[in-house]
Each structure stands twice: as structure tokens, then as C-alpha cells.
Design a protein around this ligand. Sequence first.
Ligand SMILES: C[S@@+](CC[C@H](N)C(=O)[O-])C[C@H]1O[C@@H](n2cnc3c(N)ncnc32)[C@H](O)[C@@H]1O
Length: 312
Amino acid sequence: MAEGAEHDVAGFSAYHNPVMVRECLEGLQLKSDGTYVDVTFGGGGHSQAILQHLSGGRLIAFDQDEDAKREAAKISHRSFTFCQSNFMHLKRYLKLNGVTQVDGILADLGISSHQIDVAERGFSTRWEGPLDMRMDRQNPTTAATILNDYREADLHRIFGMYGEVRNARTLAQLVVQHRAGNPFRNTIDLVNLLKTVAPRGKEFKYYAQVFQALRMEVNREMEALEEFLRQTAEVIRPGGRLVIMSYHSLEDRMVKNFMNTGKPFGELEKDFYGNPLRPFEMITRKPVEAGEEELKVNNRARSARLRIAERL
Ligand SMILES: C[S@@+](CC[C@H](N)C(=O)[O-])C[C@H]1O[C@@H](n2cnc3c(N)ncnc32)[C@H](O)[C@@H]1O
């Protein structure tokens, strides 16, 4: 285990229980002297596991959250470098660290348990907190900005597309009516409003969907993923691996499209002779899901979809 780590033997930590660690490591096909990138450090569960396999190699980790930066500061392994940055700046930060080509990249998308568990971050439907939801606290847009300032049509789009909420139009109308006399300030203001339109018996699922939609908009998660994916083809060397875990169907679709075609929206490019020009070959025909044993101890693993591709 890397010096400074606070994970037990199964890799669990109070910050975040890492999902499908063995499957991710197998997907990366680690070489002890290889250069790897973990673009979603979080509590460092996957990074710690990668570092255990390196001697002479290098691991560069990214996370845009300053809490993750604090966790990363506990690792004193000499092969480890941390960049507090959005992974959409992958290429730029690798270059700043003298790296142009890597042997593998891991992404474990979304937010960590730590981010959900800290009420002041505003990610949790259960605790009262400010309507914040920023991973990067330099970001000027919070969930309150969206609820109080966005046009009704944009709210409708966000709730429908990112939250997959059935009554997105009704909810958008209700938000606009509510905020006229009463701006949204905290998570309880929002949950109280959601109670009035949530499907009976499925209230908590509904709250989670709406919170997820807001979080994805605040952090521009689909834009960041798209930008990141495009850069992976430029930095992974032939034979290198791209390993991505998603928790949302839109993300998984974009990852699948990209691994199959090299384009986030799936339009396959062909050369002059009509041969497909694809930078990656998908290794996992179907997404890998967590096994029964892991599901018993890590609820978060339930919605994880792991895809692996190799750079051609
Ligand atoms: C699911 S957690 C990763 C957990 C980690 N694998 C572990 O074992 O602890 C996702 C992390 O990625 C970070 N993150 C999400 N999107 C990001 C982005 N676009 N750029 C940088 N970090 C991001 C979040 O702040 C969060 O800490």
C-alpha cells in the first residue's frame, strides 16, 4: 500500500469505496514501468491500487475538487503526481508534467460518496445544505443559479435529458412559479417543492433524478466528458488502454459511441477507400457490471457500467 494511505485491505475508505477495482486494473493491463492516468482521483482508491503495481512507472491523477486534492496530498509515493484540474484539460496538464503519451487512462465518472455525505456541498437529497453541487468551487454556477435564473425551456431540457424525469415540463413550470416570490436557497426548499410532484412511492428516486440533473448541469459533465474523450485518442499510445466507468445512461452511451467510432456522438469516419477510421477497438462487447459479492457491500456499484477499449 502506498505510504499515507487510509484504505483497508479491500481498498475501502471513509471517503469513498472504490468500485470494481480488480476489473479496472485488469482492463488497464498494467506494466510496472508504464505511465498511467487516473482522471477521477476522488478518495484515491483506484490510484492506490495502481501505485501498488508500479515500479519505475508513473501515475498522474486528476480531480477538480479541492477535497480530493487534500486526500492526494497524503500519498507520498514518488511515482505519483496530482493535478487539481478538470479532466477536460487532460492533454495540457500532461504536457505541463512532461508527458505526451501514456499507457492507460482510467475514469470513474460522477461524484464520490464523500461529496454526497458532506451536507454543505448540497449534493444530498437527505441533508439540508446550500443548493451548491459544484465539484470545483471556483465554478461561478451553482444549483441555486440554475433554479433561480435559468429559463423555463432550459430547465425543462435539463430535467428531461439529465434527470430522465417524466414530468419535466410540469416541474420546470413549477420551479419558475415558485421562485417568483421565493428564490431557492437550500436543498430543503427544493425537496419540499419536489414532494408535490413526485410519483407516489417513488419520491426518493425522483429527488435523486432531479438532483442528478442539476449536478450534471452545474458541472457541465457531458461537455467535460466529450472533450476528455477526444483527447484520449491523442495521448494513449498504440496498445494502451482506456477504461471508463459510468453511472448514467447518457454517459455510457457517449463512452460506447466513442470507443466504437472515435466520435462521442458515434458518426464513424471512413478513409478514401471506405475503410473505417477508428482509433480504438472495444474490448468489452457488453459493459462489465459489478459481481454479487461487491454488490452486497457497495451499493454504489449497482449502477456502474465499465467499458474498456484498446488504442489501435
Ligand atoms: C466516483 S468519484 C471517483 C472515486 C475514485 N475512483 C476512488 O476510488 O476514490 C469521481 C471523482 O471525480 C471527480 N470528477 C468528476 N468529474 C470530473 C472532471 N470533469 N474533472 C476532474 N474531476 C472530476 C469528482 O470530483 C470525484 O472526486
